[in-house]
Ligand binder design. Structure first.
Ligand code: ARG
Length: 285
């Protein structure tokens, strides 16, 4: 099954986490899309830079219009996935979505906790290629500053958090089952950064996409069972306390041998010309 865009329309995206319903043992044996990802509930205060992208106009009001994740890297700057703002997801160009917002400080989408901040402008990476999935990132500029302390630093090239086997957490409100069971509450799943060789072996370039080490990173577990899923796209993968990835694509969710693929944040920094000193400063800003 192709991982990204086609499903995104019918099912907005986010993270995975069926831990409560499914004992880990069986998740590990889960094959197809039917069972996702050993996640667990978290409070947004544990990860205050994790935001939800919302448009009630396009996605309905039940879950506050959530359709993707995002990450605050500055008080008015949010990173997300380029494909979240593609026509296949929004049904139009982003500038035609009048009520595009970022929701901050809200663990449970069914509450009115936190704040909804309108997006002032959208920049989608012009190099994003929806065949290879390369360059899957976009920058949102907000119309008001997020609360201080709700931004995360980004890991630049050579940061030890990219080393294979590093533990990382992925966060989102996405599908917890691979069958369209979107979470109301924020969840996280614990995964490991995999080596480029392992990622290339998993995705040598077929229908499911091709792993490109310069701009992507992959993470999961050998047995599968923990992963991001539809609706999590654009959300953070955090290792060593820094942002290392943005949820981008994968073949199914949580399948053994099919790790989650993320946009490599060091390549985002390079493309945007943000050096890591600036990245560090952004953290404080
Ligand atoms: N592309 C998906 C989305 O639009 C995210 C999928 C991530 N998949 C994965 N198995 N990690 O929400």
């Amino acid at each position: 099954m192709r991982r990204l865009f086609a499903r995104a329309l019918a099912r907005p995206l986010v993270l995975a986490a069926a831990a409560t319903a499914i004992p880990l043992g069986s998740a590990a044996h889960a094959s197809a899309d039917s069972i996702v990802v050993g996640g667990f509930p978290v409070e947004v205060s544990d990860s205050p830079w994790t935001v939800a992208l919302s448009s009630r106009d396009r996605f309905g009001g039940t879950r506050a219009g959530q359709f993707c994740g995002g990450v605050a890297v500055g008080r008015t700057t949010v990173l997300t996935a380029a494909h979240c703002l593609g026509e296949q997801v929004l049904g139009s160009t982003p500038d035609q979505v009048d009520d595009l917002k970022v929701i901050t400080g809200r663990t449970d989408l069914l509450t009115d906790q936190g704040q909804e901040v309108p997006v002032r402008s959208v920049w989608v990476n012009p190099e994003h290629d929806d065949v290879s999935n390369a360059g899957d990132f976009a920058v949102l500029t907000l119309s008001e500053a997020l609360p201080a302390g709700s931004v995360i630093g980004m890991a630049g090239e050579g940061d030890p958090a990219y080393t294979p086997d590093t533990g990382a957490l992925v966060y989102g409100w996405g599908d917890t089952s691979g069958a369209g069971d979107y979470a109301n509450g924020l969840r996280a799943a614990r995964v490991r950064v995999l080596s480029d060789a392992a990622c290339e072996q998993a995705y040598p370039g077929n229908d499911d996409g091709r792993y490109l080490s310069a701009t992507m990173l992959c993470a999961g577990q050998d047995a599968g069972g923990r992963d991001a899923c539809q609706g999590d796209s654009g959300g953070p993968l955090v290792g060593g306390g820094r942002l290392i990835g943005l949820v981008s694509w994968g073949s199914g969710c949580g399948r053994p041998g099919s790790p989650g693929v993320y946009t490599r944040v060091s390549s985002v920094l390079r493309t945007l010309g943000w050096d890591t000193a600036a990245a560090r400063q952004r953290e404080g800003s």
